[in-house]
Design a protein around this ligand. Structure first.
Ligand code: NAG
Ligand code: NAG
Ligand code: NAG
Ligand code: NAG
Length: 559
């Protein structure tokens, strides 16, 4: 059947020189906090994810623009998963070439997704190393977690090179469980006003009546750490902190494997707070789907989205990597996956990160800021963080110095934000960090913000104060968008979907501007620890600002 394809003869493969690298710029170093356990036995099973080249990506992008731009006649005319599949599905040739390449190596245990653009295959380490010349699989361990990764870059044969975007399961490491809990500061910090659902609902003007009621609305948090939420923590949290508003105290659906052991602070935080602003809205948890030592948890989640026709409308995700550690091929393909979600009317909200502008310390003091991905993706909504001006009262908000923000070095500035960002660059021209620290033509983030400081979280049955980070602000904003979707559904309007094109046209309407404070940057002589500073209107620290729910709803309750 594949007689015309030269590599249907396995021998030919092994005799040919390597094709090329798909991810020549991917960081393959294993950080020192992982202990090398040893080479993987040749017969050990691995799971690899093949990202097949898709079709019509420009048309997909154009469709995303049309369904997300409120001035387009196609606004809100979202696609079903089937429609997305018929748009992007890889060509027959691509599917055939990749499958026969795999089969010629004896790799036949593969699962496809509905869009046919990912194949997940089980194989042995021995076969994988022949299939992907250059790869060498080792086992590594950290904090009781064990993973399998390649210590060297992989290549693929020339014949398949143009049919694949990348192969997953070789390099990118699971995120490190960051310590979301801030150390208690010394003087009098214990009398600080902690952030609770009541405080958030007061600040963002949510009344007791502002809870979900529409049919078919839902929201989700996605987790990629080796940590889980406990249903009893959620119930106890709502019992203590949820008295003033109607809410749900149980998760609707868990997708993936909920492990045992102690509850994670991050997992508890995300869930407890999306269910406090997006109160009374059915909530799903995506958690380490289909775990295997050689899988990349974030990629697994993306693959899953392409295989589920019914999904929640809003997803919040607290995950990110340094942009410079990821290959352009990988990030470009993940962007396409974000577009696939966007055209379906799904809103993806990512935390902007907790290191301000970040810093990449280069030799001879040639430092630069360090953007983070997916925060820097033009196809997601990125959420920064704020604190109360007066830490003892519900007051106006100022920058939380950890709030991630800046400019992508990989993705150019999308047109929806060009005028806002140009306005910022002009207005602060004299006070900007040196031009060598950031790329002013890149996608600028965050898009908006919410409080990110001093939250109360119930974790392992204990209420814990001082929990901070943009992992807190992201579910808070996510819940508010969900609530707006809820009201839109009740009026027969479509979901907000990919929010940015509409957000940047609001021109601050429904958002509290954050104008004070700077976030962290490089600790060096030139910038002295600072990144960017908040200003009136949009800025790369807190975006457009934080939600004033009734005003935001009013602005978004028209078609
Ligand atoms: C996608 O879902 C179908 C069933 O709907 C299943 O047969 C298939 O194995 C799934 N693919 C993956 C990669 O899990
Ligand atoms: C919302 O909150 C702000 C500040 O907390 C307040 O000034 C305003 O009057 C409130 N109400 C509306 C409808 O904006
Ligand atoms: C809810 O979803 C189901 C299945 O997708 C659909 O048949 C039904 O019409 C929806 N209901 C509303 C109120 O949108
Ligand atoms: C700046 O960003 C643009 C795209 O936004 C990119 O083409 C260019 O290479 C970047 N420059 C540097 C120095 O990273």
């Amino acid at each position: 059947m594949n007689a015309l394809l030269p590599f249907s003869i396995p021998l030919l493969f092994s005799s040919l020189v390597w094709g090329g690298y798909l991810e020549y710029d991917q960081d393959v170093l294993i950080p020192e906090d992982w202990t090398h356990v040893g080479r993987v036995d040749p017969s050990e099973e691995l799971e690899l994810t093949f990202a097949l080249k898709q079709q019509n990506i420009q048309l997909l992008e154009e469709t995303l623009r049309r369904v997300s731009d409120p001035d387009s006649p196609q606004y809100g005319k979202h696609l079903s998963l089937e429609e997305v599949a018929s748009l992007v599905r890889p060509s027959e040739l691509t599917q055939k070439v990749v499958r026969s390449w795999l089969q010629s190596h004896g790799v036949s245990d593969c699962l496809a997704v509905r869009t046919q653009d990912f194949l997940q295959c089980a194989t042995t380490a021995e076969v994988a190393e022949k299939l992907l010349p250059g790869s060498r699989f080792h086992r590594y361990a950290r904090d009781g977690q064990s993973i399998v990764r390649s210590s060297a870059p992989y290549s693929v044969h020339d014949e398949v090179h143009r049919h694949l975007d990348f192969v997953g399961g070789l390099h990118r490491l699971p995120p490190k469980g960051k310590d979301v809990r801030k150390k208690q500061t010394k003087s009098g910090a214990w009398v600080h006003l902690g952030v609770t659902p009541t405080v958030l609902r007061a600040r963002y003007n949510l009344t007791a009546a502002d809870v979900g009621s529409a049919q078919n609305n839902s929201q989700a948090v996605a987790q990629f750490l080796e940590q889980y939420f406990h249903p009893t923590d959620l119930a106890e949290f709502m019992y203590i902190f949820g008295r003033s508003f109607e809410h749900l105290s149980q998760v609707d659906r868990v997708v993936g494997t909920q492990g045992g052991g102690k509850a994670g602070l991050e997992a508890s935080l995300d869930l407890e707070y999306i269910m406090s602003t997006g109160a009374h809205i059915p909530t799903w948890v995506f958690t380490n789907p289909g775990r295997h030592e050689s899988q990349e948890p974030f990629l697994q989640w993306m693959v899953l989205l392409s295989n589920m026709s019914a999904l929640p409308w809003v997803h919040t995700i607290s995950y990110g990597d340094d942009e410079d550690s990821l290959s352009a091929a990988y990030m470009t393909r993940i962007n396409t996956e974000f577009m696939k979600a966007g055209v379906r009317g799904i809103s993806l909200l990512f935390a902007s990160g907790d290191s301000g502008a970040g810093c990449r310390y280069l030799s001879k003091g040639q430092n630069t800021f360090r953007p983070s991905f997916p925060a820097s993706s033009p196809y997601v909504t990125t959420v920064g963080g704020t604190s109360f001006k007066n830490p003892f009262k519900v007051t106006y908000e100022v920058t939380d110095y950890i709030s991630g923000g800046g400019f992508s070095n990989i993705f150019s500035m999308p047109s929806y934000q060009a005028s806002a960002v140009q306005g910022y660059l002009k207005s602060v021209a004299a006070k900007l960090p040196p031009a060598s620290y950031f790329n002013a033509s890149g996608r600028a983030y965050p898009d908006l913000a919410a409080l990110s400081d001093n939250y109360w979280v119930v974790n392992n049955r204990i209420p814990i104060p001082w929990v901070s980070g943009t992992s807190a602000s992201t579910p808070v904003f996510g819940g508010i968008l969900s609530l707006i979707n809820d009201r839109r559904f009740s009026k027969g309007l479509p979901a907000l979907g990919f929010f940015n094109p509409r957000l940047y046209k609001l021109k601050q309407q429904g958002l509290f501007d954050v104008t004070e404070g700077c976030h962290l940057g490089c600790l060096d002589e030139k910038v002295q620890g600072n990144g960017f500073c908040a200003t009136p209107s949009w800025d790369p620290v807190t975006g457009w600002g934080t939600p004033n729910y009734p005003d935001l709803l009013a602005a978004l309750l028209v078609d």
